[in-house]
Design a protein around this ligand. Structure first.
Ligand SMILES: [Zn+2]
Ligand SMILES: [Zn+2]
Length: 347
């Protein structure tokens, strides 16, 4: 079968190669991949600037955001059938014994090995995945939409589990990229007022944000974000900030917009050394909470699939390109140059 793989531990070094189809192990199902999205972290993997300690065996197949159809079930699989339309969570290997695993947080297990990095991923015709990670796609949700479940679940975790946004809250989102826009959709599901902040070069993305329900858009290179936010909130500040840029200089700007006892949720990763916070005293003085949000959990996937089924979130607006897997270079190029939002590959 065709598979897009990292073939050397260095910059680039990706190739579409022919490899044997995976064998369906006990407790696993084999899925024919319909679509697989290109993620921002795939670009880091491409550049080989992945976080230390990721322990990646090479060669390995890319891809962790996919949808597909079950074509074979392994020994001991009972609740999944051939023909089921599915998506899956990403930690193919975890210890099952540690505190994180036993509390449903397998993504934070020290022994976690995720598809698309430490084990073969879904930028291929087939993937084999353990049955516990599977979620079934509702009939009304297309394969294209379902392939965006992973980033939609990541942002669901940030909004529902980490922030606990309530109706009437004011939310400020820095960064109108894919993650920022999906965060916006979830915040709107909560009944929040949403301010979306981005650069003027992000015009198109900000316009999509408007369409998806952003109440106010601020161009951070044309206006003082803090002044604008204070005007909009009667000097109070916002209840929540979601940091979706990974740009260190945004942190001080963000802290300046938060209400006293407000909360900032960090979703994006920063470059090492690029975290210049001058406002630590504001954190203490205003009892600001800063929390990290990493990945997604079982409940986030189920909720996102329901929200897609109910048409409460729309991921079609953020899916800008679809290419055949053979044309992966076009897709990675568009993602690299930030010319689109979600790019899907079709094996
Ligand atoms: Zn991803
Ligand atoms: Zn564990």
């Amino acid at each position: 079968m065709k598979a897009l793989r990292k073939i050397k531990p260095a910059y680039g070094c990706m190739q579409l190669v022919d490899i044997p189809e995976p064998v369906t192990a006990p407790g696993h199902v084999k899925v024919r991949v319909e679509y697989c999205g290109i993620c921002g972290s795939d670009m880091k993997f491409y550049h080989w600037t992945q976080r230390p300690g990721m322990n990646i065996p090479i060669p390995v197949t890319f891809g962790h955001e996919y949808s597909g159809v079950v074509t074979e079930i392994g020994e001991g699989v009972t609740n999944i059938q051939v023909g089921d339309r599915v998506v899956s969570e990403t930690p193919e290997i975890f210890c099952g014994k540690c505190e994180q695993c036993r509390t449903g947080n397998q993504l934070l297990c020290k022994s976690k090995r995720s598809i698309g990095y430490q084990v073969d991923g879904a930028m291929a015709e087939y993937i084999c995945i353990r049955q516990e990670l599977i979620h079934k796609i509702p009939d009304s949700v297309s394969f294209e939409e379902a392939a965006v479940c992973e980033p939609a679940s990541v942002t669901a975790h940030a909004v529902y589990d980490k922030a606990h946004v309530q109706p009437g809250d004011t939310v400020l989102i820095f960064g109108p990229g894919l993650i920022g826009l999906l965060t916006l959709e979830h915040a709107k599901c909560c009944g929040a007022k949403v301010i979306l902040a981005g650069l003027s070069k992000d015009e198109e993305r900000l316009a999509i944000g408007k369409k998806l329900g952003a109440d106010v858009v601020i161009k951070t290179d044309q206006a003082n974000v803090r002044d604008e936010v204070m005007k909009l909130t009667g000097g109070r500040g916002v209840d929540f900030v979601f940091e979706c840029t990974g740009v260190g200089s945004v942190l001080d700007e963000a802290l300046g917009t938060l209400k006293r006892m407000g909360k900032m949720v960090l979703i994006a990763f920063f470059k090492p050394g690029d975290i210049p916070i001058e406002m630590w005293n504001t954190v203490v003085n205003n009892e600001v909470e800063i929390v990290g949000s990493y990945g997604q959990r079982y409940g986030n996937w189920e909720r996102v699939l329901k929200l897609m089924d109910m048409k409460k979130i729309d991921v079609r607006a953020v899916t800008t390109h679809i290419f055949d897997l053979e044309d992966w270079e076009k897709g990675f190029g568009i993602t690299e140059r930030q010319e689109g939002l979600k790019v899907l590959l079709k094996p």
